[in-house]
Design a protein around this ligand. Structure first.
Ligand code: GCB
Length: 608
C-alpha cells in the first residue's frame, strides 16, 4: 500500500513537472510576487528530511517539513522554525550578493512568500510562473507540493487553480538548492560564480479555462515575406477552435483552426513589411486571439542564413561585431536581473560599436532578449553545456535537452536571436559528439530558422605556429566558432603575428572568445601581466591576426565586464574576479575597450 502511494506520488510529481511553459508572460494578466521573501538557511536540509533521512514530502500527509509553514497555535506546541521571524531576501536576486555570510554558500535555502489573490473571473485558471531559480527547486503552495524543477536559467510554471485560497492568505514555499553536481548541467567545474536563489521574476498568471499558451510567429527559413508558425491552445476547448493572428499596422488579420491537440498551423504573407535589423529594429504589435481573449507583443521579422562563408541577414552579408557577456552586474557583484541591468549591459555593448552579443554561458533573463529586440542587437544564446559534462549519462542528456527546449520555447519569437549555441569548449570524444549532435537535431526540430553553433577548441600541430580548428562536431553547425587565447594562455601578445590558422571549413568562422586579464587602473609596460597595457596589446595583435582568416565573419571577445569566479584567487589582482573584462569591477573602461571600438568602426564601414 505504502509503495502504491509512493508510486502515485511520483507520477503526480512527474506530471506536475511536465506542465507546458506559458510564453509571453509580460503580455498576460499577472500579479507580481517580486519583493521581500522570508528565508531560512538549511545546510542540513532539516526542513526536507526527517531524522531517518526520509523526505517529508514523500508522505501524502506530511507531519513535518518547512513547506507546511506551521505556526504555534498553543504554547505547548514544538515547532523549530518560523518564517515570520526569519530575515528576508529580495526576489528576484541571488542570495550571495545580498548577505555577506551567503557569498560562498552552496546548499539549500527555503523561501516563503504570503499573498492574497482574487480572480478577475471566477472560471479562470491560475498559474505560478518562475523566470528562473538556480539550480534545483521544490515548490509548495499551502503545504502541497506543486513540483520539482531542475536547471538554473529557464522558466517554468505550475497550475494552482485548485490549491489557491481565493481572498485568503496563500503560503508559497520554495526550497532552493544550488549545490553543484557532477551529472548536472552545468557540471561541478565552471569559471563563474554559482549564484543561488530565485534569481528572476515570480508571477501569478491568470488565464481563461482554455487559453493561448504559446505561439510561434516568425519568417519561414529562407523567406523574407512568408510567415510560418503555430498557435497552441491549452484547456478543455482547445480542439477545433478558430484563432486569429493580426498585425494592425500591416493590415493583417488571419484566421486559423486548431487540430485535435489544440494546435493551429499559421501561414501567411507579409506585404511591404519593414524587416528587422540592427539599423532598423522595427517591431510590429502582433495579437493572437481566440474566443474573446487576446495576447499581444512586439515582434520583428528578419531572415538569417549562411551561404558559403557568409552570414546573410535579410539577404545581405554581415560582420558580427560582438562581445561576450555574463549575466552579472559588475558594480553590484551579483546576478543581473532587471530591465535596468539589461539596459546598462547592452548600452555598453552599443558604445563599443557592437551589433551582436554572445550571452554566455547559459540562458540570460528574458528582459535582456526583449531589450536586444528593441535596441537592434543580434544575440547568441547558449545552453549551459560547459567543459566536462557527464556525456554518457542519459539523465544528463535529458536535462540538457530540457533546458534547451525551454530556452527555445521562451525566445523563438525574438528577431534578435539568430544563433542557438549548444555548448562551450567541450573536449572531443565520440560520446560528446553524439550528445551534442542529438542536441542539434532537437534544436533544428524545434526551430528550423535559426543558425546553430558551439564554441569549439583549437589544436596544435607539429609546426609550433600552426593552430588548427578541426572537430568532428563542426560538420553539424552552421557557423564554426572557437575560443583562442594566443597572447594570454598561449605565449605573449606578439606571438599572434606569427600564427597560421588552419581552418578547412567552407563555413563562416567566428571567434567566440579571445582576451586576457587586466586590473582596471593598473598600468605598466605591455609585457607586464595584469596591466591594462598588456591586455591592450593582446587586442592590438589579435585583431590583425584574425583578419587574415578568409572566413572570418565575427567575433565576441572575452568579455564585456570583469565577473566573479571562485577559480580566480590571486590576491590584490583577482580577489575572486576574472579580470578579462573590457570594463572593470567599478564600471570603468580599460584601454582595450577603445582598441576594439576602433576596430568595430572600421568593420562597420567595410560591411556597409
Ligand atoms: C574560456 C571559457 C570562459 C573562461 C575563459 C577564461 O575559455 O570559455 O568561461 O572564463 O576561458 O577566462 O579563461
Amino acid at each position: 500500500m505504502k509503495k502504491l502511494t509512493l508510486l502515485l506520488c511520483l507520477i503526480w510529481v512527474a506530471q506536475a513537472q511536465a506542465q507546458t511553459v506559458i510564453t509571453n508572460i509580460p503580455g498576460r494578466n499577472t500579479l507580481t510576487l517580486n519583493g521581500k521573501w522570508h528565508y531560512i538557511i538549511d545546510p542540513y536540509e532539516v526542513g526536507y528530511y526527517d531524522y531517518r533521512y526520509k523526505p517529508y514530502d514523500a508522505n501524502p500527509h506530511p507531519t513535518g517539513g518547512f513547506f507546511l509553514d506551521q505556526h504555534q497555535t498553543d504554547k505547548t506546541q514544538l515547532i523549530e522554525y518560523n518564517f515570520d521571524k526569519s530575515p528576508t531576501l529580495m526576489v528576484p536576486g541571488d542570495w550571495n550578493s545580498q548577505d555577506e555570510k551567503l557569498l560562498y554558500y552552496e546548499g539549500t535555502i527555503w523561501y516563503r512568500r504570503l499573498f492574497t489573490y482574487t480572480k478577475s473571473n471566477p472560471n479562470d485558471r491560475v498559474f505560478i510562473h518562475f523566470g528562473a531559480i538556480n539550480y534545483e527547486s521544490d515548490v509548495y503552495l499551502n503545504g502541497k507540493k506543486l513540483g520539482k524543477h531542475i536547471g538554473g536559467f529557464t522558466p517554468f510554471n505550475y497550475e494552482i487553480t485548485d490549491l489557491l485560497k481565493e481572498n485568503g492568505k496563500n503560503s508559497l514555499v520554495v526550497k532552493v538548492d544550488n549545490k553543484r553536481h557532477k551529472e548536472g548541467v552545468p557540471t561541478l567545474n565552471t569559471d563563474w560564480w554559482n549564484y543561488g536563489g530565485i534569481t528572476r521574476n515570480v508571477d501569478v498568471v491568470e488565464v481563461p479555462q482554455t487559453f493561448i499558451s504559446d505561439y510561434n510567429i516568425q519568417l519561414e527559413k529562407g523567406s523574407q515575406n512568408e510567415v510560418a508558425g503555430y498557435v497552441q491552445l491549452n484547456g478543455p476547448n482547445a480542439a477545433n477552435q478558430t484563432v486569429q493572428v493580426s498585425i494592425p499596422e500591416l493590415k493583417i488579420n488571419k484566421t486559423f483552426t486548431t487540430d485535435e491537440n489544440g494546435k493551429a498551423a499559421v501561414d501567411f504573407q507579409l506585404k511591404k513589411a519593414e524587416l528587422w535589423s540592427p539599423k532598423n529594429p522595427k517591431l510590429y504589435t502582433v495579437t493572437v486571439s481566440n474566443a474573446g481573449q487576446s495576447v499581444s507583443e512586439p515582434i520583428g521579422f528578419r531572415s538569417i542564413e549562411t551561404k558559403g562563408t557568409d552570414i546573410l541577414l535579410n539577404g545581405k552579408s554581415v560582420f558580427l561585431r560582438g562581445i561576450s557577456i555574463h549575466e552579472e552586474m559588475p558594480m553590484r557583484g551579483g546576478r543581473a536581473y532587471s530591465e535596468s541591468d539589461a539596459q546598462t549591459l547592452l548600452n555598453w555593448a552599443k558604445e563599443l560599436g557592437c551589433n551582436y552579443v554572445r550571452l554566455a554561458h547559459y540562458p540570460h533573463a528574458e528582459n535582456m532578449i526583449r531589450l536586444a529586440d528593441k535596441m537592434g542587437i543580434l544575440v547568441w544564446e547558449e545552453n549551459p553545456v560547459y567543459w566536462t559534462i557527464d556525456w554518457n549519462n542519459p539523465d544528463t542528456y535529458k536535462n540538457a535537452e530540457h533546458q534547451l527546449t525551454d530556452l527555445i520555447t521562451r525566445d523563438k519569437n525574438r528577431a534578435s536571436v539568430i544563433i542557438w549555441s549548444m555548448a562551450n569548449e567541450t573536449p572531443v570524444s565520440d560520446a560528446r559528439t553524439n550528445f551534442l549532435h542529438k542536441l542539434v537535431m532537437h534544436a533544428r526540430g524545434m526551430d528550423s530558422t535559426r543558425l546553430i553553433s558551439a564554441a569549439l577548441e583549437v589544436h596544435r600541430d607539429s609546426n609550433p605556429n600552426d593552430r588548427i580548428v578541426e572537430d568532428p562536431f563542426a560538420k553539424y553547425v552552421d557557423i564554426v566558432n572557437f575560443n583562442e587565447y594566443v597572447g594570454w594562455y598561449d605565449g605573449l601578445p606578439e606571438k599572434c603575428d606569427s600564427i597560421n590558422w588552419i581552418i578547412k571549413y567552407n563555413k563562416p568562422v567566428m571567434i567566440s572568445e579571445f582576451g586576457g586579464g587586466a586590473l582596471q587602473g593598473l598600468h605598466g609596460d605591455s609585457l607586464t601581466r595584469w596591466t591594462e597595457e598588456y591586455q591592450e596589446s593582446i587586442y592590438k595583435h589579435t585583431l590583425p591576426m584574425l583578419m587574415k582568416i578568409p572566413q572570418f565573419r565575427g567575433v565576441t571577445p572575452w568579455i564585456l565586464c570583469d565577473f566573479r569566479s571562485p577559480r580566480r584567487v590571486l590576491p590584490v589582482i583577482q580577489d575572486g574576479w576574472n579580470r578579462k573584462g573590457l570594463i572593470g569591477q567599478n564600471g570603468t573602461k580599460k584601454k582595450a575597450f577603445f582598441v576594439l571600438r576602433d576596430f568595430y568602426k572600421k568593420m562597420e564601414e567595410k560591411y556597409k
